[in-house]
Design a protein around this ligand. Sequence first.
Ligand SMILES: Cc1cc2nc3c(=O)[nH]c(=O)nc-3n(C[C@H](O)[C@H](O)[C@H](O)COP(=O)(O)O)c2cc1C
Length: 387
Amino acid sequence: MPVITCIDDLKRLHKARTPRMFYDYAESGSYTEQTFRENTTDFSKIRLRQKVAVDMSGRSLASDMVGLPVSMPVGLAPVGMTGMQRADGEIKAARAAEAFGVPFCLSTMSICSIEDVALHTTRPFMFQLYVMKDQEFLENIIARAKAANCSALVLTLDLQILGQRHKDLRNGLSAPPKLTPSSIADLATRWRWGIEMLQTKRRFFGNIVGHAKGVTDTANLASWTAEQFDPQLDWTKIARIRDLWGGKLILKGILDAEDARMAADFGADAIIVSNHGGRQLDGALSSIRMLPEIVAAVGDRVEIHLDSGIRSGQDVLKALALGAHATWIGRAWVHGLGALGQEGVTAALEVIRKELDVTMALCGERDIRNVGRHNVLVPAEWSSDYV
Ligand SMILES: Cc1cc2nc3c(=O)[nH]c(=O)nc-3n(C[C@H](O)[C@H](O)[C@H](O)COP(=O)(O)O)c2cc1C
């Protein structure tokens, strides 16, 4: 096992070991990628307040997310097609999360199906839902998540229409990859990936193929997805989904204080302040920059989580200090998976846990639940920069 010091080490290995179309799929944002970039650069503008001569023994990172105990407040965010980053990727990630004591959220657009992940894990995971026009499919997939005993439904609200990612078009992204002269040349240098992929049956969108009418292969799937994401998703439809589901509901993709108020009035169990990792509305502000305004609007009424741009334990601490109750990571765990499979996801979590623990201690805190605004320094112009 190579020495892993930080998430960037995993990212480098991910790039070297994974076919280009899948690495690029993960490591890109929409259009000019401004929001994608600022998600990370804005974290680096926040500074930490050092405290000394404070007893730092007996530290605890333990917390909870929608009432469920977690070993640290960091979940594995839903990421589509992770079974293409590495064979059986969703199962590997779910197992790593389970052993670590943090939540794993399975994407609607996963390669391994809900049932398959349930079969290979022992504790409930969360399920992320994209709302489709096909009512039968929608009701069926909610019923399948219930049958698999999923612990919460994460309803994604910021992708009813797809932001364009230039690289995916140029690379001809598909699952499994189409064989063209350039993809064959690329795959030839990623032999380890190919051998593992040949040994698994899981190479298609497991939640969809065989479950949605008329979708029997991935060629149909691309057009089905474009046609099927429901552009009319609104609060009435969200209420219907809540009633069908009947369990804990997390609303993902909130980036506006007024939308956050609607979510709080609606009675969501939590919201995830997110811009989909900079993959949707290019030009939106980073999640971390929008967080204080949203916390001020609804922090006392709904549990607030944050994702987009987290690459370290320091970033997690900054998000918690600015009022998030918990955080989610996307690319950070995908880099681990692409680099080293299940061990790589564990390594990513381990890197973040250690960074979070040391940073918390050097900030003079012993319990992650006590981290707050007093631990960080935020640029004075942040709140007035944009109006
Ligand atoms: C490759 C990739 C695929 C994604 N697929 C989904 C998805 O299927 N459903 C979803 O709700 N979010 C999806 N997301 C967004 C993540 O859940 C999360 O919001 C984002 O990755 C957080 O930003 P970060 O990658 O900077 O941590 C995806 C993100 C990436 C990078």
